[in-house]
Design a protein around this ligand. Structure first.
Ligand SMILES: NC(=O)c1ccc[n+]([C@@H]2O[C@H](COP(=O)([O-])OP(=O)(O)OC[C@H]3O[C@@H](n4cnc5c(N)ncnc54)[C@H](OP(=O)(O)O)[C@@H]3O)[C@@H](O)[C@H]2O)c1
Length: 247
């Protein structure tokens, strides 16, 4: 037993935003598929609970609380994961941010910057950290949880959110273009409406009836697992996952 992780044995997956919603479900799914998972997010209690849930289900997990916007914390977390679990060969970026005031006539530039920093710049920061280990390992898989609003103009999603998520498509494409020959593949994963805590960031939280027809975090985690488990020569460039009734 090393610092909360039980006997590390599988390949290592790092999940940001792993304390709740899609990230937490993805950590569970990756662990079920045999990955040792490092779970990161700002709330220590949430990432600890997620790691405990993975362990209760028989998996290997390490809770690594951090703010993805903090470059030094991100670097320290990556070093800790490498030291305690091993080199990261799968990275699932699920940390994300939006704000209720999201239109040109009510958004604040401070919130705009925080959203872009979280949804775009921090994703690049983390990928920059894991790439050398993936290159050394001869391969790796990166799943960037983006949004359906990156795929189809979705005015309600907000200016900063839609702009930051839309930039993830070329980010992923550039990884596939430049790192593919080193065995590294990336997926731009675009979920539609998912019933998670994220809905609390909308101007108005959808009622229970509307939430009941949305995707669940587990629906999206199945797709993450599919990407992670695909044979090494298979690249899933982009996935769009939408609840049946979403327009
Ligand atoms: N729900 C939807 O309808 C929907 C649709 C399309 C795409 N998405 C995307 O799916 C991803 C996951 O969201 P979700 O729906 O699962 O909602 P969620 O449960 O609220 O997950 C977002 C996660 O990001 C973490 N996070 C936010 N800022 C962070 C930071 N600075 N550093 C580290 N972690 C941070 C949060 O944890 P802490 O607060 O503890 O840091 C939280 O665990 C997001 O990228 C979101 O944009 C969601």
């Amino acid at each position: 037993m090393r610092n909360g992780a039980s006997v590390p044995n599988g390949p290592v997956a790092w999940v940001t935003g792993g304390g709740s919603g899609i990230g937490r479900a993805s950590a569970m799914a990756a662990a079920e598929a045999g990955w040792s998972v490092a779970v990161s997010g700002r709330r220590p209690e949430a990432v600890t609970a997620a790691a405990e849930a993975v362990r209760s289900a028989g998996g290997v997990a390490l809770a690594v609380p951090l703010d993805v916007r903090d470059e030094h914390a991100l670097r320290a977390a990556h070093e800790r994961i490498e030291g305690e679990l091993g080199s990261v060969t799968a990275f699932v970026s699920a940390a994300g941010l939006n704000a209720p005031r999201r239109m040109w006539d009510d958004q604040s530039m401070a919130e705009f910057e925080a959203i872009v920093d979280t949804n775009l710049v921090s994703v690049a920061r983390a990928i920059d950290l894991v790439l050398p280990g993936m290159r050394a390992a001869g391969g790796g898989t990166i799943v960037v949880v983006s949004s359906r609003s990156a795929w189809r103009f979705s005015p309600g999603a907000g200016v900063a959110y839609m702009s930051s998520k839309s930039a993830l498509e070329p980010l992923v494409a550039s990884l596939n273009d430049q790192e593919g020959e080193r065995g590294i593949r990336a997926c731009h994963l675009c979920p539609g409406d998912v019933d998670t805590e994220f809905l609390a960031l909308r101007p108005e939280r959808p009622p229970a009836e509307a939430r009941a027809s949305m995707l669940t975090p587990e629906d999206v985690a199945r797709a993450v697992r599919f990407v992670l488990e695909s044979p090494a020569h298979v690249r899933i460039d982009e996935l769009v996952i939408t609840p049946l009734g979403q327009r």
